[in-house]
Design a protein around this ligand. Structure first.
Ligand SMILES: O=P(O)(O)OC[C@H]1O[C@H](OP(=O)(O)OP(=O)(O)O)[C@H](O)[C@@H]1O
Ligand SMILES: Nc1nc2[nH]cnc2c(=O)[nH]1
Length: 179
């Protein structure tokens, strides 16, 4: 595994992300929504660095079940709190194709959220991406499969305190042992 972003760099990046979000909202209350499962580590760190009054909620979106390529995107909003007429900040770990963020944003607007802004820890650079960029991005990364700080392969590695690239032979070894 090759470390891409260290624990120290992550901490500084999340603080900077929180600063940019604070500057944008100027103390206005927001509803912060975590995209399960990958954003849980970022979410816990981020909301404690934001200074405005917050309601917090969760929504689940999953498309990489068991693999490194996106499949069908399934959204489960059963646990989501009411977002009607609220300014929502949607928080996810990574913007890869951008399909997850785009669909969730639409979903929240269809629930009559007053506004939906998006914040991600990582944005991959790839050509075939949804054109609407996240509003707040902590790190731009190359197009490689990454794990750690919430990001998984086969639900492993979410607990790593850093972001690392999982090389193809390590992907195969993980699948053989834990798949
Ligand atoms: O920009 P995209 O190509 O849509 O990819 C980004 C999404 O992929 C991952 O979720 P995943 O489906 O793996 O579910 P998880 O959060 O439960 O790991 C990640 O947490 C993002 O939500
Ligand atoms: N773990 C993980 N999940 C993703 N979902 C979309 N891209 C990625 C990635 O690079 N790593």
């Amino acid at each position: 595994m090759r470390t891409l972003i260290t624990e120290t760099q992550l901490s500084a990046g999340v603080s900077q992300l929180a600063h940019e979000i604070d500057t944008h909202y100027q103390g206005r209350p927001i509803t912060v929504v975590a995209v399960l499962t990958g954003s849980v580590v970022l979410f816990a760190d981020l909301i404690r660095r934001l200074s405005m009054p917050q309601r917090v909620g969760v929504i689940q979106a999953s498309s990489y079940r068991g693999g490194t390529q996106a499949g069908e995107l399934v959204i489960d909003a059963k646990m989501l709190i009411d977002v009607k007429n609220r300014d929502v900040l949607l928080v996810d770990d990574i913007f890869d194709t951008g399909a997850t963020i785009a669909k969730l944003r639409k979903e929240l607007l269809s629930m009559d959220a007053a506004s939906v802004a998006t914040a991600v820890l990582l944005r991959k650079s790839r050509a075939d991406q949804h054109s609407r960029r996240p509003d707040f991005i902590a790190f731009e990364i190359p197009d490689e499969f990454v794990v750690g700080y919430g990001l998984d392969y086969l639900d492993m590695y979410r607990n790593l305190p850093y972001i690392a690239v999982l090389e193809p032979d390590e992907i195969a070894a993980t699948a053989a042992e834990f798949g």
